[in-house]
Design a protein around this ligand. Sequence first.
Ligand code: 1GP
Length: 238
Amino acid sequence: TLTIHQQILGAKKNGQKLLAILLDPDKIVWENLDYLLLKINQSPATHIFVGGSIVQSTILEDLITQLKQKTNLPVIIFPGDPSQISPQADAILFLSLLSGRNPDYLIEYQVQAAPILKKTKLEVISTGYILIESGNETAVARVSKTEPLNRENFDLALATAQAGEMLGNKLIYLEAGSGAKKAVPLEMISLIAQNIEIPVIVGGGIVDLHGIKKAYKAGADLVVIGTAFENDSHFFDS
Ligand code: 1GP
């Protein structure tokens, strides 16, 4: 069977667009979980991302258990720090925050996480994580104490993505931040998607189905929806 990374590459090759629902364990209303899972199963989502800037590990574990029992979608950890590792997930985005200059998020947390990950069977998917200015301070910027890239500096964003690819990352994640006022600029997505080979994930501040479609059209291979679905479990109904 194919790894999740191979499936993403295959989808890109076939022009099939992917969609991840991001669940932050801290924001789950547990009484409504079964209904939420039903809505996820009815949605066009192809992946579930689980994580957040600050999450208690037991809650992460509980959520992943439920997801593995009640959906068939691959569950991928999208960690805010090395405590967010659960062997029950299918894979983890092994992020390096390339837009920032905080060594903790560039390499220190990865060093801490490596021996823990070695003891699990999790598929580790190295991902160049690039935070783009979004018109408001987002949790990623606050918690990582890094500056996002200027949303008008396309050259810098492209060079950062290309450096991420040359470093051997398997994916590039263009992130406006959860609850971003402005999503990643479409022209920036398109410039980067055309000038790297690896798949491009785009998320942050996408609040309607039209926004998803536009990101795909610009060249996103996988779009992440967090807040919009969190606020409205009928988001994907139409
Ligand atoms: C955040 O990209 C994700 O890491 C999703 O952002 O919550 O704004 O959809 P939203």
